[in-house]
Ligand binder design. Structure first.
Ligand code: URP
Ligand code: ZN
Ligand code: ZN
Length: 473
Protein backbone atom coordinates (compact mmCIF):
# COMPACT_ATOMS: atom_id res chain seq x y z
CA UNK A 1 0.00 0.00 0.00
CA UNK A 2 1.44 3.41 -0.95
CA UNK A 3 1.80 5.93 1.92
CA UNK A 4 -1.50 7.27 3.20
CA UNK A 5 -1.90 11.03 3.18
CA UNK A 6 -4.17 10.98 6.23
CA UNK A 7 -5.32 8.37 8.71
CA UNK A 8 -8.33 8.97 10.95
CA UNK A 9 -7.51 6.54 13.72
CA UNK A 10 -9.70 4.79 16.31
CA UNK A 11 -12.98 5.69 14.65
CA UNK A 12 -16.32 4.17 15.60
CA UNK A 13 -17.46 4.08 12.00
CA UNK A 14 -21.20 4.27 11.42
CA UNK A 15 -22.74 3.47 8.05
CA UNK A 16 -26.34 2.83 7.07
CA UNK A 17 -25.63 -0.89 7.50
CA UNK A 18 -23.10 -1.33 10.33
CA UNK A 19 -21.15 0.16 13.19
CA UNK A 20 -17.53 -1.01 13.57
CA UNK A 21 -14.15 0.08 14.91
CA UNK A 22 -11.64 1.04 12.23
CA UNK A 23 -8.92 3.38 11.08
CA UNK A 24 -9.80 5.27 7.90
CA UNK A 25 -7.00 5.74 5.36
CA UNK A 26 -7.34 8.68 2.98
CA UNK A 27 -5.38 9.66 -0.13
CA UNK A 28 -6.31 11.96 -3.00
CA UNK A 29 -9.45 13.08 -1.21
CA UNK A 30 -10.89 9.57 -1.16
CA UNK A 31 -11.12 6.72 1.32
CA UNK A 32 -8.54 4.16 0.23
CA UNK A 33 -8.24 1.90 3.29
CA UNK A 34 -10.40 0.76 6.18
CA UNK A 35 -8.95 -1.54 8.81
CA UNK A 36 -7.40 -2.00 12.19
CA UNK A 37 -3.82 -0.80 12.77
CA UNK A 38 -3.39 0.88 9.38
CA UNK A 39 0.19 2.03 8.67
CA UNK A 40 1.09 5.58 9.67
CA UNK A 41 -0.22 8.35 7.45
CA UNK A 42 1.59 11.56 6.55
CA UNK A 43 -1.00 13.16 8.85
CA UNK A 44 -2.99 11.57 11.62
CA UNK A 45 -6.23 12.45 13.39
CA UNK A 46 -7.17 10.54 16.52
CA UNK A 47 -10.93 10.08 16.64
CA UNK A 48 -10.44 8.52 20.10
CA UNK A 49 -13.33 6.10 19.77
CA UNK A 50 -15.83 8.76 18.76
CA UNK A 51 -18.59 8.12 16.24
CA UNK A 52 -17.62 8.90 12.64
CA UNK A 53 -20.41 9.18 10.08
CA UNK A 54 -20.39 10.04 6.37
CA UNK A 55 -20.66 13.77 5.74
CA UNK A 56 -24.28 14.79 5.47
CA UNK A 57 -25.99 15.17 2.12
CA UNK A 58 -28.61 17.91 2.35
CA UNK A 59 -30.83 17.15 -0.61
CA UNK A 60 -33.25 20.03 -0.10
CA UNK A 61 -31.92 23.50 0.54
CA UNK A 62 -32.30 26.87 -1.14
CA UNK A 63 -29.21 29.02 -1.66
CA UNK A 64 -29.10 32.30 -3.57
CA UNK A 65 -32.26 31.28 -5.41
CA UNK A 66 -33.60 34.31 -7.30
CA UNK A 67 -36.79 35.73 -5.78
CA UNK A 68 -38.73 38.89 -6.57
CA UNK A 69 -37.23 42.12 -5.14
CA UNK A 70 -37.06 43.51 -2.55
CA UNK A 71 -36.84 40.00 -1.08
CA UNK A 72 -33.51 38.19 -1.33
CA UNK A 73 -32.16 34.98 0.19
CA UNK A 74 -29.68 35.65 2.98
CA UNK A 75 -27.36 32.77 2.12
CA UNK A 76 -25.40 32.40 -1.08
CA UNK A 77 -23.08 29.50 -1.91
CA UNK A 78 -20.35 30.97 0.29
CA UNK A 79 -22.23 31.48 3.55
CA UNK A 80 -24.62 28.57 2.92
CA UNK A 81 -21.95 25.96 2.34
CA UNK A 82 -19.84 27.35 5.21
CA UNK A 83 -22.81 26.88 7.48
CA UNK A 84 -23.40 23.40 6.05
CA UNK A 85 -19.80 22.31 6.72
CA UNK A 86 -19.87 23.56 10.33
CA UNK A 87 -22.98 21.44 10.91
CA UNK A 88 -21.49 18.31 9.31
CA UNK A 89 -23.01 18.56 5.83
CA UNK A 90 -20.51 18.09 3.01
CA UNK A 91 -22.81 17.93 -0.02
CA UNK A 92 -25.70 20.24 -0.79
CA UNK A 93 -28.33 20.01 -3.53
CA UNK A 94 -30.09 23.35 -3.98
CA UNK A 95 -32.41 24.28 -6.84
CA UNK A 96 -31.89 25.87 -10.24
CA UNK A 97 -35.36 27.38 -10.62
CA UNK A 98 -36.95 28.06 -13.97
CA UNK A 99 -38.85 31.34 -14.19
CA UNK A 100 -42.27 31.20 -15.88
CA UNK A 101 -41.57 32.38 -19.43
CA UNK A 102 -37.88 31.51 -19.09
CA UNK A 103 -35.97 28.39 -20.05
CA UNK A 104 -34.47 25.72 -17.83
CA UNK A 105 -31.10 26.21 -19.51
CA UNK A 106 -31.07 29.88 -18.49
CA UNK A 107 -31.82 28.88 -14.91
CA UNK A 108 -29.00 26.31 -14.87
CA UNK A 109 -26.45 28.69 -16.44
CA UNK A 110 -27.39 31.46 -14.02
CA UNK A 111 -27.16 29.11 -11.06
CA UNK A 112 -23.69 27.93 -12.07
CA UNK A 113 -22.56 31.56 -12.16
CA UNK A 114 -23.91 32.02 -8.63
CA UNK A 115 -22.08 28.93 -7.33
CA UNK A 116 -18.81 29.18 -9.25
CA UNK A 117 -15.82 29.80 -6.99
CA UNK A 118 -17.95 30.27 -3.88
CA UNK A 119 -18.78 26.82 -2.51
CA UNK A 120 -16.87 25.26 0.38
CA UNK A 121 -18.41 21.82 -0.08
CA UNK A 122 -19.49 19.87 -3.14
CA UNK A 123 -22.84 20.61 -4.71
CA UNK A 124 -25.28 19.33 -7.31
CA UNK A 125 -28.43 20.96 -8.66
CA UNK A 126 -32.05 19.91 -8.71
CA UNK A 127 -34.17 21.68 -11.32
CA UNK A 128 -37.47 23.42 -10.59
CA UNK A 129 -39.84 23.10 -13.54
CA UNK A 130 -42.35 25.97 -13.41
CA UNK A 131 -43.20 26.25 -17.11
CA UNK A 132 -43.67 22.87 -18.77
CA UNK A 133 -43.56 24.02 -22.39
CA UNK A 134 -43.10 21.48 -25.20
CA UNK A 135 -39.51 22.67 -25.54
CA UNK A 136 -38.86 22.08 -21.83
CA UNK A 137 -40.48 18.66 -21.92
CA UNK A 138 -39.04 17.33 -25.15
CA UNK A 139 -35.68 19.09 -25.50
CA UNK A 140 -34.38 20.80 -22.38
CA UNK A 141 -35.27 18.24 -19.72
CA UNK A 142 -33.97 15.19 -21.63
CA UNK A 143 -30.73 17.03 -22.48
CA UNK A 144 -30.24 18.26 -18.90
CA UNK A 145 -30.91 14.80 -17.45
CA UNK A 146 -28.16 13.43 -19.71
CA UNK A 147 -25.82 16.17 -18.43
CA UNK A 148 -26.33 15.22 -14.76
CA UNK A 149 -29.41 17.18 -13.62
CA UNK A 150 -31.41 14.07 -12.86
CA UNK A 151 -34.01 15.36 -10.39
CA UNK A 152 -36.60 18.07 -10.59
CA UNK A 153 -39.08 19.63 -8.21
CA UNK A 154 -42.60 20.46 -9.22
CA UNK A 155 -44.99 22.58 -7.21
CA UNK A 156 -48.74 22.17 -6.78
CA UNK A 157 -48.89 25.59 -5.09
CA UNK A 158 -47.30 29.11 -5.26
CA UNK A 159 -48.58 31.22 -8.18
CA UNK A 160 -45.16 31.75 -9.73
CA UNK A 161 -44.23 28.06 -9.66
CA UNK A 162 -47.31 25.83 -9.67
CA UNK A 163 -48.25 23.39 -12.40
CA UNK A 164 -51.78 22.13 -13.03
CA UNK A 165 -52.50 18.40 -12.99
CA UNK A 166 -52.06 18.01 -16.74
CA UNK A 167 -48.69 19.71 -16.59
CA UNK A 168 -47.65 17.54 -13.64
CA UNK A 169 -48.54 14.47 -15.71
CA UNK A 170 -46.42 15.79 -18.60
CA UNK A 171 -43.40 16.27 -16.35
CA UNK A 172 -43.87 12.90 -14.66
CA UNK A 173 -43.96 11.25 -18.08
CA UNK A 174 -40.53 12.74 -18.82
CA UNK A 175 -39.23 11.47 -15.46
CA UNK A 176 -40.51 8.01 -16.33
CA UNK A 177 -39.03 7.96 -19.81
CA UNK A 178 -35.57 9.04 -18.63
CA UNK A 179 -35.42 7.45 -15.16
CA UNK A 180 -35.20 10.81 -13.36
CA UNK A 181 -36.54 11.61 -9.89
CA UNK A 182 -39.56 13.91 -9.56
CA UNK A 183 -39.90 15.71 -6.23
CA UNK A 184 -43.35 17.07 -5.48
CA UNK A 185 -44.44 19.96 -3.22
CA UNK A 186 -47.94 18.80 -2.36
CA UNK A 187 -50.37 21.47 -1.18
CA UNK A 188 -53.70 22.38 -2.80
CA UNK A 189 -53.28 25.92 -4.21
CA UNK A 190 -56.98 26.72 -4.67
CA UNK A 191 -57.87 25.71 -1.12
CA UNK A 192 -55.03 27.87 0.22
CA UNK A 193 -56.16 30.85 -1.83
CA UNK A 194 -59.78 30.44 -0.75
CA UNK A 195 -58.85 30.18 2.92
CA UNK A 196 -56.41 33.07 2.67
CA UNK A 197 -59.07 35.38 1.21
CA UNK A 198 -61.52 34.48 3.97
CA UNK A 199 -58.91 35.08 6.66
CA UNK A 200 -57.98 38.42 5.09
CA UNK A 201 -61.63 39.45 4.89
CA UNK A 202 -61.90 38.77 8.63
CA UNK A 203 -58.77 40.85 9.32
CA UNK A 204 -56.78 37.77 10.30
CA UNK A 205 -53.46 38.57 8.68
CA UNK A 206 -50.91 37.99 11.50
CA UNK A 207 -48.18 35.38 10.82
CA UNK A 208 -49.96 32.70 12.82
CA UNK A 209 -52.80 32.66 10.29
CA UNK A 210 -50.38 31.25 7.71
CA UNK A 211 -50.97 27.89 9.44
CA UNK A 212 -54.75 28.39 9.33
CA UNK A 213 -54.55 28.94 5.56
CA UNK A 214 -52.63 25.70 5.05
CA UNK A 215 -54.29 23.07 7.26
CA UNK A 216 -53.32 19.42 7.03
CA UNK A 217 -56.25 18.76 4.70
CA UNK A 218 -54.70 20.79 1.87
CA UNK A 219 -51.50 18.77 2.15
CA UNK A 220 -53.39 15.48 2.46
CA UNK A 221 -55.47 16.15 -0.66
CA UNK A 222 -52.50 17.20 -2.76
CA UNK A 223 -50.41 14.27 -1.52
CA UNK A 224 -53.14 11.87 -2.57
CA UNK A 225 -53.47 13.61 -5.93
CA UNK A 226 -49.71 13.52 -6.52
CA UNK A 227 -49.71 9.81 -5.74
CA UNK A 228 -52.61 9.23 -8.13
CA UNK A 229 -50.94 11.19 -10.92
CA UNK A 230 -47.74 9.18 -10.43
CA UNK A 231 -49.74 5.95 -10.46
CA UNK A 232 -51.35 6.96 -13.74
CA UNK A 233 -47.94 7.55 -15.31
CA UNK A 234 -46.40 4.57 -13.47
CA UNK A 235 -43.40 6.48 -12.16
CA UNK A 236 -41.72 6.74 -8.74
CA UNK A 237 -42.02 10.12 -6.98
CA UNK A 238 -40.62 11.69 -3.84
CA UNK A 239 -42.97 13.83 -1.76
CA UNK A 240 -40.94 16.59 -0.11
CA UNK A 241 -41.33 18.22 3.32
CA UNK A 242 -44.09 15.96 4.68
CA UNK A 243 -45.46 17.61 7.81
CA UNK A 244 -47.80 15.21 9.59
CA UNK A 245 -50.22 12.34 9.98
CA UNK A 246 -52.66 12.78 7.12
CA UNK A 247 -49.96 13.03 4.46
CA UNK A 248 -48.12 10.10 6.06
CA UNK A 249 -51.33 8.04 5.85
CA UNK A 250 -51.56 8.71 2.12
CA UNK A 251 -47.96 7.58 1.61
CA UNK A 252 -48.52 4.42 3.68
CA UNK A 253 -51.62 3.70 1.58
CA UNK A 254 -49.61 4.14 -1.63
CA UNK A 255 -46.85 1.83 -0.42
CA UNK A 256 -49.39 -0.77 0.64
CA UNK A 257 -50.69 -0.68 -2.94
CA UNK A 258 -47.22 -1.33 -4.34
CA UNK A 259 -46.53 2.20 -5.52
CA UNK A 260 -42.98 3.59 -5.40
CA UNK A 261 -43.56 6.70 -3.33
CA UNK A 262 -40.59 8.08 -1.44
CA UNK A 263 -40.89 10.72 1.25
CA UNK A 264 -38.86 13.46 2.84
CA UNK A 265 -39.34 15.27 6.12
CA UNK A 266 -37.45 18.10 7.82
CA UNK A 267 -36.47 19.28 11.32
CA UNK A 268 -39.28 21.84 11.51
CA UNK A 269 -41.85 19.02 11.61
CA UNK A 270 -40.10 17.43 14.58
CA UNK A 271 -39.07 20.45 16.60
CA UNK A 272 -41.59 23.25 15.84
CA UNK A 273 -45.36 23.51 16.11
CA UNK A 274 -47.92 25.99 14.78
CA UNK A 275 -47.53 27.81 18.11
CA UNK A 276 -44.09 28.91 16.91
CA UNK A 277 -45.90 31.06 14.35
CA UNK A 278 -47.45 32.87 17.29
CA UNK A 279 -50.08 32.32 19.94
CA UNK A 280 -51.05 35.97 19.58
CA UNK A 281 -50.73 38.42 16.71
CA UNK A 282 -47.02 39.17 17.29
CA UNK A 283 -45.00 39.50 14.11
CA UNK A 284 -42.17 37.41 15.62
CA UNK A 285 -44.00 34.34 14.33
CA UNK A 286 -42.92 35.35 10.81
CA UNK A 287 -39.58 33.67 11.62
CA UNK A 288 -41.26 30.25 11.48
CA UNK A 289 -43.49 30.84 8.45
CA UNK A 290 -42.76 27.98 6.08
CA UNK A 291 -44.84 25.67 3.91
CA UNK A 292 -46.28 23.28 4.83
CA UNK A 293 -46.44 24.86 8.29
CA UNK A 294 -45.34 23.02 11.44
CA UNK A 295 -48.30 21.17 13.02
CA UNK A 296 -48.68 19.98 16.64
CA UNK A 297 -47.16 17.54 19.11
CA UNK A 298 -49.23 14.57 17.92
CA UNK A 299 -48.12 15.16 14.33
CA UNK A 300 -44.51 15.42 15.53
CA UNK A 301 -44.88 11.93 17.00
CA UNK A 302 -46.16 10.60 13.68
CA UNK A 303 -43.12 12.06 11.93
CA UNK A 304 -40.77 10.50 14.50
CA UNK A 305 -42.46 7.14 13.98
CA UNK A 306 -42.06 7.48 10.22
CA UNK A 307 -38.36 8.21 10.57
CA UNK A 308 -37.87 5.09 12.63
CA UNK A 309 -39.99 2.66 10.65
CA UNK A 310 -38.85 3.38 7.08
CA UNK A 311 -41.73 5.57 5.93
CA UNK A 312 -39.29 8.41 5.32
CA UNK A 313 -36.51 8.03 2.82
CA UNK A 314 -34.62 11.27 3.42
CA UNK A 315 -34.28 13.93 6.07
CA UNK A 316 -33.45 17.36 4.63
CA UNK A 317 -33.31 20.88 6.00
CA UNK A 318 -35.42 22.76 3.43
CA UNK A 319 -33.11 25.64 4.39
CA UNK A 320 -34.81 28.71 2.90
CA UNK A 321 -32.89 31.61 4.42
CA UNK A 322 -34.52 35.02 4.92
CA UNK A 323 -33.39 37.50 7.55
CA UNK A 324 -36.12 38.37 10.05
CA UNK A 325 -35.46 42.03 10.75
CA UNK A 326 -34.67 43.10 7.23
CA UNK A 327 -36.41 44.76 4.28
CA UNK A 328 -35.09 42.01 2.00
CA UNK A 329 -36.34 39.34 4.39
CA UNK A 330 -39.37 38.62 6.53
CA UNK A 331 -40.28 42.35 6.61
CA UNK A 332 -40.42 43.07 2.88
CA UNK A 333 -39.61 46.71 2.19
CA UNK A 334 -39.23 47.20 5.95
CA UNK A 335 -42.92 46.51 6.69
CA UNK A 336 -44.69 43.97 8.87
CA UNK A 337 -46.87 42.51 6.14
CA UNK A 338 -49.93 40.24 5.99
CA UNK A 339 -49.01 36.53 6.18
CA UNK A 340 -49.68 36.08 2.44
CA UNK A 341 -46.66 38.29 1.71
CA UNK A 342 -44.19 36.87 4.24
CA UNK A 343 -41.36 35.04 2.42
CA UNK A 344 -41.79 31.34 3.13
CA UNK A 345 -38.97 29.37 4.65
CA UNK A 346 -36.70 28.94 7.64
CA UNK A 347 -32.96 28.34 8.07
CA UNK A 348 -31.69 24.90 9.06
CA UNK A 349 -28.66 23.73 7.05
CA UNK A 350 -26.30 23.83 10.01
CA UNK A 351 -28.67 22.49 12.65
CA UNK A 352 -30.19 19.59 10.63
CA UNK A 353 -27.69 16.92 11.67
CA UNK A 354 -27.04 18.01 15.28
CA UNK A 355 -30.79 18.21 16.00
CA UNK A 356 -31.45 14.71 14.66
CA UNK A 357 -28.33 13.26 16.28
CA UNK A 358 -29.18 14.83 19.65
CA UNK A 359 -32.88 14.06 19.80
CA UNK A 360 -33.06 11.08 17.48
CA UNK A 361 -29.92 9.02 18.14
CA UNK A 362 -29.00 10.12 21.67
CA UNK A 363 -32.69 10.44 22.56
CA UNK A 364 -33.14 6.75 21.66
CA UNK A 365 -35.71 7.34 18.91
CA UNK A 366 -33.70 6.15 15.90
CA UNK A 367 -30.59 4.02 15.52
CA UNK A 368 -27.29 5.47 14.44
CA UNK A 369 -27.52 3.42 11.24
CA UNK A 370 -30.93 4.95 10.50
CA UNK A 371 -29.48 8.42 11.12
CA UNK A 372 -26.81 7.78 8.48
CA UNK A 373 -29.32 6.31 6.05
CA UNK A 374 -31.70 9.28 6.31
CA UNK A 375 -29.14 12.07 6.30
CA UNK A 376 -26.47 10.81 3.90
CA UNK A 377 -26.86 7.41 2.23
CA UNK A 378 -30.43 7.64 0.98
CA UNK A 379 -30.21 11.24 -0.24
CA UNK A 380 -27.08 10.24 -2.18
CA UNK A 381 -28.91 7.24 -3.66
CA UNK A 382 -32.10 9.17 -4.42
CA UNK A 383 -30.19 11.72 -6.46
CA UNK A 384 -27.53 9.62 -8.12
CA UNK A 385 -24.49 10.51 -6.00
CA UNK A 386 -23.94 7.15 -4.28
CA UNK A 387 -21.46 5.57 -3.52
CA UNK A 388 -19.20 8.57 -4.11
CA UNK A 389 -21.25 10.39 -1.46
CA UNK A 390 -23.19 9.12 1.53
CA UNK A 391 -20.92 6.20 2.47
CA UNK A 392 -17.77 5.30 4.35
CA UNK A 393 -16.37 2.80 1.88
CA UNK A 394 -13.27 2.25 -0.22
CA UNK A 395 -13.41 4.71 -3.11
CA UNK A 396 -15.94 7.07 -1.54
CA UNK A 397 -15.02 10.72 -1.10
CA UNK A 398 -13.41 11.30 2.28
CA UNK A 399 -16.34 13.36 3.57
CA UNK A 400 -16.56 12.54 7.27
CA UNK A 401 -17.99 13.86 10.51
CA UNK A 402 -16.36 13.07 13.86
CA UNK A 403 -19.08 13.60 16.47
CA UNK A 404 -18.59 15.40 19.74
CA UNK A 405 -21.08 14.74 22.50
CA UNK A 406 -21.97 17.04 25.39
CA UNK A 407 -24.80 19.38 26.27
CA UNK A 408 -24.94 23.01 25.25
CA UNK A 409 -27.59 25.62 24.58
CA UNK A 410 -27.94 26.59 20.93
CA UNK A 411 -27.84 30.25 19.99
CA UNK A 412 -27.72 31.92 16.61
CA UNK A 413 -24.37 33.49 17.48
CA UNK A 414 -22.59 30.17 17.09
CA UNK A 415 -24.05 29.49 13.65
CA UNK A 416 -22.36 30.42 10.37
CA UNK A 417 -25.29 31.25 8.11
CA UNK A 418 -26.15 34.84 7.18
CA UNK A 419 -29.59 34.70 8.79
CA UNK A 420 -30.24 36.78 11.92
CA UNK A 421 -32.06 34.04 13.82
CA UNK A 422 -32.45 30.32 14.30
CA UNK A 423 -35.89 28.86 15.06
CA UNK A 424 -34.10 26.60 17.55
CA UNK A 425 -32.67 29.40 19.75
CA UNK A 426 -32.35 28.29 23.38
CA UNK A 427 -32.78 24.56 22.66
CA UNK A 428 -30.42 22.23 24.51
CA UNK A 429 -28.48 20.01 22.11
CA UNK A 430 -26.38 17.01 23.04
CA UNK A 431 -24.03 16.71 20.07
CA UNK A 432 -22.24 18.75 17.44
CA UNK A 433 -19.57 17.88 14.85
CA UNK A 434 -16.14 17.99 16.49
CA UNK A 435 -14.59 17.73 13.02
CA UNK A 436 -15.90 17.87 9.49
CA UNK A 437 -13.69 16.59 6.67
CA UNK A 438 -14.58 17.30 3.05
CA UNK A 439 -12.50 15.43 0.49
CA UNK A 440 -10.02 14.67 3.27
CA UNK A 441 -9.61 18.36 4.23
CA UNK A 442 -10.57 19.55 7.69
CA UNK A 443 -13.14 22.27 6.98
CA UNK A 444 -14.47 22.55 10.55
CA UNK A 445 -12.50 21.64 13.68
CA UNK A 446 -15.23 22.13 16.27
CA UNK A 447 -14.26 25.74 16.86
CA UNK A 448 -13.03 27.29 13.63
CA UNK A 449 -14.08 27.08 10.04
CA UNK A 450 -11.24 26.65 7.56
CA UNK A 451 -12.51 28.55 4.60
CA UNK A 452 -11.52 27.96 1.02
CA UNK A 453 -14.32 29.21 -1.19
CA UNK A 454 -14.19 27.38 -4.48
CA UNK A 455 -12.92 24.08 -3.02
CA UNK A 456 -16.44 22.68 -3.45
CA UNK A 457 -17.04 21.21 -6.90
CA UNK A 458 -20.14 20.76 -8.99
CA UNK A 459 -21.27 17.12 -9.11
CA UNK A 460 -23.20 15.92 -12.15
CA UNK A 461 -25.68 13.35 -10.84
CA UNK A 462 -26.32 9.87 -12.15
CA UNK A 463 -29.78 8.36 -12.17
CA UNK A 464 -31.35 7.51 -8.82
CA UNK A 465 -30.32 4.13 -7.41
CA UNK A 466 -33.10 3.86 -4.82
CA UNK A 467 -35.41 2.19 -7.28
CA UNK A 468 -33.70 -0.61 -9.16
CA UNK A 469 -37.01 -2.05 -10.34
CA UNK A 470 -40.03 -0.03 -11.35
CA UNK A 471 -43.43 -1.11 -10.12
CA UNK A 472 -44.35 -4.37 -11.85
CA UNK A 473 -40.85 -4.79 -13.27
O1 URP B 1 -41.55 27.36 3.07
C1 URP B 1 -40.75 26.77 2.40
N1 URP B 1 -40.64 25.47 2.47
N2 URP B 1 -39.99 27.45 1.55
C2 URP B 1 -39.08 26.93 0.67
C3 URP B 1 -39.68 26.58 -0.64
C4 URP B 1 -40.26 25.21 -0.65
O2 URP B 1 -41.41 25.07 -0.99
O3 URP B 1 -39.59 24.26 -0.34
ZN1 ZN C 1 -41.56 23.02 -1.34
ZN1 ZN D 1 -37.83 23.92 -0.20
Amino acid sequence: MSALELVVRHARVATAADIFEADIGISGGRIVALGLNLPAGAREIDAAGRVVTPGGVDAHCHLDQPVDPPVRMADDFDSGTRSAACGGTTTVIPFAAQRKGGTLREAVDDYHRRAEGRAHVDYAFHLIVSDATPRVLHEELPALIREGYTSFKIYMTYDDLKLDDGQVLDVLAVAREHGAMAMIHAENADCIEWLTRRLEAAGRTAPRFHAHARPMLVEREATHRAISLAELVDVPILIVHVSGREAVEQIRWARAHGLKVFAETCPQYLFLTADDLGIDDSYLGARCVCSPPPRDASNQRVIWDGLGDGLFTVFSSDHAPFRYDAPEGKKPGGEEVAFRHIPNGIPGLETRLPLLYSEGVLGGRITLEKFVELTATNPAKAYGLHPRKGSIAIGSDADLVVWGEGEFVLSNERLHHAVDYTPYEGRTLRAWPALTLAGGEVVWDGRDFHARAGRGRFLPCGLPTLMPGRRGA
